[in-house]
Design a protein around this ligand. Structure first.
Ligand SMILES: C[C@H](OP(=O)(O)O)C(=O)O
Length: 326
């Protein structure tokens, strides 16, 4: 079976670990969000791609959900001793090596997709990880503070400000010029099922959907989404602050409407959200909290079962000529 999953960072990576457990013999392609990417100290940092790579490759710091396990922070301390900014982004020593390799390769002219493949050769994540685009895009957030109304990098809003200042706008800079990375549309075209994990619907999944051609390609496929909102609150992270910024309520219903039909064919919600409904979408309620790999695998299994059911229903549905009804 060929599966495509879009993914952000921590939430996406934890779901993917379950997906790999649920479908060990499948060919899984992960289209990763690069809107969170940032240049720091002359290095290109791709937080979501790295979180997926480290989580699936066994190198993640489990408690944090991001960064490397058994990490030290000597370089960060040394940079701080020189007064180098920013000091609010916590890169560890082991992690620095990844960004050095990535930046060297990018500077040598390799596209991000080739760099990601090279990094994954070490981590062997068990999936094919492709950035959404080789073109540089960055999520910026418009805020008003004592310095007036201004746009800051998403990471500054998320990490330094902990989303405490309301976002007036969230913009993917570069989206209009960005094309899907090589392999993205091909993987979607070949997929038997597409899964939207419980990643941030605005700055992770929403970002990937802004790259031209991706949403349209997905609309022709069987897509099952896992709600990132349970009982009116994000499963994890601060998705509520992002949803508020774009005028969407923090509910499983509102996120489903945000993705919409015909993009989504099936939607998994938590049991407390069982009333969620949208024309053209099958909704199923089940436990959605990912306590561990096994609970994530159970959610992934439910998503794959739903996708298989929807795909076989579509295959036998009567066409406009009435075939299949006879
Ligand atoms: C919900 C979100 O998931 P991600 O978008 O990082 O996959 C998070 O973990 O903050």
């Amino acid at each position: 079976m060929r599966i495509v999953s879009l993914a952000g960072g921590i939430g996406g990576a934890r779901f993917l670990r379950g997906l790999l457990t649920a479908a060990p013999d499948s060919e899984i392609t992960v289209i990763g969000n690069t809107g969170d990417d940032i240049s720091l100290y002359g290095l290109r940092v791709c937080p979501d791609l790295d979180t997926v790579m480290y989580t699936l490759g066994g190198g993640i710091n489990e408690e944090q959900g991001w960064g490397r396990r058994e990490e030290s922070h000597v370089v960060k301390e040394e940079l701080a001793a020189y007064g180098v900014e920013p000091q609010w982004f916590g890169l560890g020593d082991r992690d620095f090596a990844t960004h050095i390799v990535r930046t060297q390769m990018l500077d040598a002219g390799y596209p991000l997709s080739a760099v990601t493949e090279a990094l994954c050769a070490r981590w062997r994540p068990g999936v094919r990880l492709i950035p959404m685009s080789d073109d540089r895009t960055e999520t910026h957030v418009v805020v008003s503070d004592e310095r007036g109304r201004r746009a800051i990098h998403f990471q500054e809003w998320w990490v330094r400000l902990r989303a405490s200042v309301p976002a007036e706008q969230i913009i993917l800079v570069g989206a209009d010029e960005a094309s899907p990375a090589p392999g993205v549309l091909e993987a979607i075209a070949a997929a038997d099922a597409v899964i939207l994990p419980p990643s941030n619907p605005v700055v992770s999944i929403g970002t990937i959907l802004q790259i031209k051609g991706i949403r349209e390609a997905l609309e022709g496929k069987t897509v099952v989404g896992v709600s990132p909102i349970v009982g009116g609150a994000p499963v994890r992270g601060m998705a509520d602050a992002c949803l508020t910024a774009i005028g969407v309520e923090t509910t499983a219903q509102a996120v489903l409407e945000l993705y919409g039909s015909p993009l989504v064919d099936g939607w998994l919600v938590a049991e407390e959200d069982a009333g969620v409904a949208l024309d053209g979408v099958d909704v199923e309620a089940r436990p959605l909290i990912m306590h561990d790999v096994e609970s994530a695998a159970a959610i992934a299994r439910a998503a794959l079962d739903m996708a298989a059911r929807l795909a076989s229903r579509d295959a036998t549905a009567p066409t406009s000529y009435g075939e299949g009804a006879r």
